[in-house]
Write a protein that binds this ligand. Structure first.
Ligand code: COA
Ligand code: MG
Length: 292
């Protein structure tokens, strides 16, 4: 279950918004994330659930990964959300407000009883101080429950729970976010950065995406179609990275380097581990190219 998915751009679509749902199959996102949680008001939950099932069953999403965010475990909607979700066989079930490894155990065990979830993975939203403090145990639960394959940073809820004013700088949350990155990387999980609320601010989003790349994030959760291209570009390999990877592969392919563990390329030591990384990067570039 642990093959990484392409998740540069993970677009939330409120399940209550049929117009937006219908756009999903034509948008340039890697992951369509249909939301039953915070973007849907309480009185619209049941109706939104029906719309989500219908969209995920009927629409043709092509290469896009199909994800569904259900309501948290301690809410009155959780049980019905699980039942409904099993009918549309999503690629990923996103569980919000995960505070402890028991939440992963409970969800995974519930999913095991539904054939509709045979191939469904879990993404856990980390959005409370408890989630940060329990990050290692939560990520480690993937060893027992391998459906868990990614963490999502929920910085709006994190800031709220920390009592931070809404306009507080994201930089104050970086220590918590890097704790989540460490937990994810330690257990081979992917990690997806938080949303950028001001969807008309291109420059702000670009710099936050670049920051996410520098932090080791695999992609970003997004709220508006106008944000997709910016995230796709930021989280894709750069031309320079591709050129370096090609140079490494070609240098190690020279007969004189057949048995070399480390070689010099442009005055820099390059080891076989760099060759492995270069090959992976080029495979990813090829996968993205074939998708177009
Ligand atoms: N997914 C798919 N399509 C979307 C979309 C989304 N997340 N957000 C907007 N669109 C569509 C709109 O339906 C609209 O299409 P239309 O012209 O055919 O009606 C078009 O893009 C332009 O939308 P725009 O008018 O700029 O925005 P809006 O005022 O309709 O919506 C938001 C703004 C923020 C309410 C909306 O983008 C949204 O609901 N985003 C997701 C919120 C969410 O899920 N939050 C929870 C996680 S933090
Ligand atoms: Mg949240």
């Amino acid at each position: 279950m642990n093959t990484p998915v392409e998740c540069r751009s993970v677009l939330y679509i409120p399940a209550s918004n049929e117009r937006a749902l219908a756009k999903g199959p034509s948008l340039a996102c890697d992951v369509v994330l249909v939301d039953l949680e915070d973007s849907v008001v309480d009185q619209a939950k049941s109706d939104a659930r029906l719309k989500a099932i219908s969209a995920l069953r009927v629409l043709e999403f092509g290469y896009r990964v199909r994800a569904l965010r259900i309501n948290a475990i301690d809410t009155p909607w959780y049980a019905d959300d699980i039942e409904a979700a099993s009918q549309c066989e999503p690629d990923i079930l996103v569980i919000p407000k995960v505070d402890a490894p028991e939440h992963i155990a409970q969800l995974s065990q519930a999913m095991d009883t539904h054939p509709g979830f045979a191939k469904t993975r879990i993404w856990a939203m980390m959005e409370s101080p408890k989630a940060v403090l329990n990050a290692q145990a939560i990520a480690a639960s993937s060893q027992m429950y391998p459906r868990l394959c990614a963490l999502l940073v929920g910085s709006n809820d994190l800031a709220l729970a920390a009592g931070m004013p809404v306009n507080a700088s994201r930089h104050l949350l970086v220590p918590w976010m890097m704790t989540l990155v460490a937990a994810a990387k330690a257990y081979g999980l992917q990690i997806v950065d938080a949303v950028y609320n001001d969807f008309s601010d291109v420059q702000g989003l670009t710099s936050e995406c670049n920051e996410g790349v520098a932090m080791g994030m695999n992609g970003k959760t997004l709220i508006h179609p106008s944000q997709l291209q910016i995230a796709n570009t930021a989280f894709s390999p750069t031309q320079e990275q591709i050129s370096i990877a090609l140079a490494i592969v070609s240098a190690f392919a020279q007969p004189e380097h057949k048995d070399a563990g480390a070689i010099a390329i442009d005055g820099r030591m390059t080891e076989r581990l760099h060759l492995g990384m270069a090959e992976q990067l080029l495979e990813r570039v090829e996968r993205l190219r074939l998708r177009r």
